[in-house]
Design a protein around this ligand. Structure first.
Ligand code: SAH
Ligand code: SF4
Ligand code: F3S
Length: 491
């Protein structure tokens, strides 16, 4: 694929800015300040995309609301990863028919991964006639033009051409807080795991130019963002499509040189592309959090082969061993699918034995959901839902015990955390994260939000830690203070 075909030309982005201005004028004619709802489902990539959609809407003069009855524009950014994700969205969209009846001027837009599927577009066309605009993730940068066309023509607009996808730089953005920021570094996926819809809806892998990423991170660090998460369906495939030789580890090392009081996280890493170079770089770079989300999916090598994951159980375990040898304090999490077509009870129990062996800090667990159009959806699937549920419950039971044990080991230690928000609880009003990304509920005032503080961990449960403010406060992050007396292993 030629790089020149991938990047949206600057002139096109400028054209979209014109549409932002024209749409602002169109909305202003309504005689009141326009309001928008942006409702987001799915992964962090969608959260990041929604922040760009909000940036465009803000530049069209919109303020934001949660109330569909008050809105001029509603955007639903959808996820197609499992059947229940899709069902939920159809429920929400169905309900909006009433808001549209009350306010026929309302514009309802459906975008994201579901919208890229032809079958969904067909269903919306035929049965959800109150939806005005449908566009896939590949057309996100054209949102101003598509919305303007919808407003002007008063006709329904569908833009779901299944192109490979592109990279659009310079889109406006509304970030959720001044503390955490998402930075997409690559888009799409080439892996075609046999169960997964993502490669069909997100297009082929394409990496942003390192200069663009570095400029964005530099700006975020200068603006005082404390936690910057690099995003990609496969962040560590970064660079494979670039003309120059640069991989994800090289990019991390470059970002790490940017001065400032911030941590870098990244997700999601694919085990087949995660190797010694990446782990050595993580270990060396002081801005890089010692946290790894490394989805294994299954602990059985036959199932992994049919899933098309590109590694065996032993190869995966070897990678974990190496990563921990260079980062003993590493926090490790994973995704698991139970009940892949043809999986036997013994194979599912291999997954339970793998998690017992690895002892992840936390897991994201799913029961297999057939996705039409993927190879796995054609495979014989003899195990019943009830059987799969039994295996799933065993997995959860084991993981809850492990998470509980690992969390209990924090009690009595002092750890550095970033205070990132409020959680509405009287006893523990603040939420914060350790370097490894573990959630710590904390006492203290909201003036601490955005600060690194030391927390004495006094309690824990399966999902979180509980801490009180330690005496020494507002210390710089560990990376800038190599001789810190604090317990780095607890991060
Ligand atoms: N790119 C990431 C995963 C993105 S999808 C990776 O490869 O690790 C997030 C998770 O959803 C996957 O890791 C997988 O565990 C789960 N998932 C994907 N397709 C699924 C399906 N058809 N049924 C159930 N879970 C699925
Ligand atoms: Fe899906 Fe596999 Fe790509 Fe992850 S790597 S998005 S699971 S196809
Ligand atoms: Fe869902 Fe699309 Fe993310 S399918 S998980 S929102 S890439």
């Amino acid at each position: 694929m030629e790089r020149t075909q991938v990047v949206v030309p600057a002139g096109e982005i400028e054209r979209q800015r014109d549409f932002i201005r024209k749409t602002a004028q169109e909305l202003a004619r309504r005689g009141h300040p326009p309001l928008a709802v942006v409702d987001t489902y799915g992964c962090q990539q969608n959260v990041a995309d929604s922040q760009r959609l909000m940036g465009m809407l803000r530049d069209m003069g919109c303020a934001f609301t949660q109330d569909p009855d008050a809105a001029d524009v509603i955007v639903i950014n959808t996820c197609a990863i499992r059947d229940n994700a899709e069902k939920k969205v159809f429920g929400v969209v169905g309900q909006l028919v009433h808001a549209k009846e009350r306010n026929p001027e309302l514009i309802i837009c459906l975008c994201g991964c579901m919208a890229q599927q032809e079958s969904v577009a067909k269903k919306i066309k035929a049965s959800y006639r109150h939806v005005d605009l449908v566009f896939g993730p590949q057309a996100l940068w054209k949102f101003p033009e598509l919305l303007f066309e919808t407003l002007q023509s008063r006709k329904r607009v569908f833009s779901i051409e299944n192109v490979h996808g592109s990279i659009a730089e310079g889109l406006p953005v509304v970030r959720e807080s001044g503390v955490k920021a998402w930075v997409s570094i690559m888009y799409g996926c080439n892996n075609f795991c046999s169960y997964c819809i993502v490669p069909y809806v997100r297009g082929r892998e394409r990496s942003r130019e390192p200069e663009d990423i570095l400029a964005e991170v530099r700006q975020l660090a200068a603006e005082g963002y404390r936690e910057i998460t690099l995003l990609g369906q496969n962040v560590n495939s970064y660079g494979k499509d670039l003309e120059r030789s640069m991989d994800f580890a090289d990019l991390l090392a470059e970002i790490d040189k940017i001065p400032g009081d911030y941590l870098i996280r990244f997700m999601t890493s694919h085990p087949k592309d995660a190797g010694e170079k990446l782990f050595d770089t993580m270990a060396r770079c002081s801005h890089v959090a010692k946290q790894l989300h490394l989805p294994v999916q299954s602990g059985n090598s036959r199932v992994l082969r049919v899933m098309n994951r590109g590694y065996t159980r032993e190869q995966y375990l070897e990678k974990v061993r190496y990563a921990r040898s260079v980062m003993p304090e590493l926090t490790l999490t994973s995704d698991i699918i139970i009940g892949f077509p043809g999986e036997t009870e013994a194979e599912a129990m291999d997954t339970v034995s793998l998690i017992e062996e690895v002892r992840y800090d936390a897991l994201f667990t799913f029961i297999y959901s057939p996705r039409p159009g993927t190879p796995a959806a054609q495979m014989p699937d003899p195990a019943s839902r009830a059987e799969k549920q039994v295996w799933f419950d065993r997995l959860l039971e084991a993981q809850n015990r492990i998470s509980g044990e690992l969390h209990r080991a924090y009690v009595g230690r002092t750890v550095r955390v970033l205070v990132d928000g409020e959680c509405g609880d009287k006893r523990w009003p603040l939420s914060s994260r350790t370097n490894g990304g573990r959630l710590v509920h904390l006492d203290g005032g909201r003036d601490l939000i955005g600060q690194y503080v030391d927390a004495d961990i006094v309690d824990s449960n399966t999902w979180a830690l509980f801490g009180t403010l330690a005496d020494s406060q507002r210390v710089p992050p560990c990376g800038d203070r190599p001789n810190s007396p604090h317990d780095h292993n607890a991060f």
